[in-house]
Design a binder for this molecule. Sequence first.
Ligand code: C2E
Ligand code: MG
Ligand code: MG
Ligand code: MG
Length: 291
Amino acid sequence: AAKAAGKSAYRRCTPGLRESAVGRAELIADLRRAVDEGQLHLEFQPIVDLATGAVRSAEALVRWRHPQLGMLSPARFLPLAEETGLILPIDRWVIHEACRAAATWQDRIPSATVAVNIAASHLRRPDLIATVTEATAGAGLAPRALTLELTESALIEGSDAVLDRLSQLRELGIRIAIDDFGTGYSSLSYLHRIPATELKIDRSFVARVAEDNRAYATVEMVTRLAGAFDLAVVAEGVETDRQHDAVAAIGCVQGQGFRYGRPAALGELRTVLARRRPTGVTDVAESDLTL
Ligand code: C2E
Ligand code: MG
Ligand code: MG
Ligand code: MG
């Protein structure tokens, strides 16, 4: 009992949302208003071709500018959003906003896609298809320019209805990425059933790829697996040159991480990318490098 009391006393001192000065009920009320009051915004992080540095895609990542608490990362409010069902209006807003953003770079990099994260609860809803088609059509964006990122666990708990929905999305041209690949259940059988177009190798493996043989072997195995299944593959969370060199040597085609660019506001991303012309590459069109 003393231990439990000590633990909860400690918890009260940590600046987690549920323990902070802003109470949980108040925060839920705040979150309910956040979408309508324009407190959410997106940052975009480039996904690049490892060989040339050309931008292939950008992942939209949501942030909440809370009036009292300041900038909150998804880890701090998405769990609460999931619990309360508020994740649905948030995800819908993200999809629409991301499609609008992508439409602004479509004329400059026609092949570039925008990626959005989809919560497991959203995947279970039939209206996901309507949301996605309305967002792409409304923004004038080709469906093939949108990638939905789903986690392994969201997919594994998926029913036949979820699989049907994914197939319908694929038929529309929407791309499907399996996010944080390797962190979910280790059964590979679902890979045969899910109509994915790409695998994103979880950052925990990439973080150790240059020092740890097992991490290296894992990245290598997932890259081969992706090749065998005809899926695109992205190394997530590449931070250093050594990690970049390792994943490139393994044959991974695309990368995402601080090494190439941090998540940034759309305008900021344009500036960063304009400066990030890869050295030693002369035959890459400017339009391939600038969002
Ligand atoms: P994720 O989809 O795996 O997104 C990648 C996360 O890794 C992002 O964290 C990104 O900022 C971070 N990251 C990228 N490169 C590096 C790197 O080189 N090093 C390190 N240490 N981190 C890196 P973020 O933005 O905090 O998002 C966390 C998670 O929250 C996302 O993981 C995703 O699962 C979820 N999320 C974010 N935005 C949304 C959204 O709009 N809807 C939903 N449903 N989930 C979202
Ligand atoms: Mg993601
Ligand atoms: Mg990920
Ligand atoms: Mg992740």
